[in-house]
Design a protein around this ligand. Sequence first.
Ligand code: C5P
Length: 424
Amino acid sequence: MSFDLSVISHKNIILAVTGGIAAYKSAILVRRLKDAGFNVRVVMTRGAQAFITPLTFQALSGNPVHTELLDPEAEAGMGHIELARWADLLLVAPASCDTLAKFAAGLADDLLSTLYLATNAPVWVAPAMNQQMWAAKATQRNLATLIEDGVHVIMPDAGSQACGDVGLGRMPEPEELAQQVTEYFHKAQRTIAEKFGMLAGKQITITAGPTREAIDPVRYISNHSTGKMGFALAAACYAAGANVTLIAGPVSLDTPNGVKRKNVSSAVQMLNESMQMLEQGCDIFIATAAVADYRVAQVAEHKIKKAGDELNVALVKNPDIVATIAQQEKRPFMVGFAAETRNIEEYAAGKLVAKKLDMIACNDVSRADIGFASDENAMTVFFAEHYHLDKRDLDKASKQEIAQQLVEAIHTALHHNPAVEEDF
Ligand code: C5P
């Protein structure tokens, strides 16, 4: 499952490392958090420095490591209060018994315990210790206090320990911790998007990729569409707070995080799935799929054998999915795409009317640098006449940026004509 990294890229994490053998795993944790796009600053207790050096964390995090509470030099760089405010999350991994006890008691005799009191960021602790120390009444009592105080405790794993014991007390693997942190921020972001996003609460169906029209059991007619634009739009619509279903032809792309996906092969299957989504309630329908215009009239039951110099295969017209949906009584807001090699604006405007669309985005596929298979695109967006909106040129940009601009264009049209929105 892929994540939209833009959510993460400006999030700040303080990783606090305390004294325990699991501190070696924290070095890898810094890498994983950085890989996920977080800004990371490391705080180390004196105990942690007996296991691993600050230099390791400085190199991995790309930031100076904070070790002292009242070191004038460090305080001149980023003082402890500034550091406490900088954090979007304070992650203590590994968290020793001593640190848990300090947090529970509210002590403030070193940098980390002071930070704990001074930050209003969420605090996560990943206790790691000998299984007997984990089970000790004082440790459990301190944990209960921390949970009551709103600290999130990441439970230790069970297994063999560095001291030779077997039991609870191992710090979860860095990949697992980084994944949990990433998911936390995505959930938080989603909650905001669902309330305030440009497409908050909208049910959106998006067709994407090519269709495959069978000739016989081993051959088919298809095209070069990769589905990238539709998948980028699905991610952008989800980030804008919508519930998104992708109806995807055969493509090799990961489903964007949070998006539902239905795989289809032929145009007829794509239409059937689209009609089902309409029945379930659809506010916005976006047709990015490059649907085959024709399908084979009679799909051969067995592989067609070579014979003669010519082979004629009769084709029949496929249903026009977007036009069919637009004709339904309870029609959603309809967005089409047009890929043209000439007279782009004229053809696009024609399709807007002929297919009864609300909006059409068209691009010039004669340009080698954009469109099919490319990671970039440039488009012109036209709105149906009754919106009284000027066309919009979207300059060449990544498909993700174009998708974001299309979300804005949809939002503008919905906002511009509230009657249409209410009619859904
Ligand atoms: O007519 P043309 O294929 O150029 O129209 C492109 C638009 O119509 C795209 O939005 C495409 O997804 C949609 N379309 C469709 N069903 C078809 C053909 C095109 O939904 N059979």
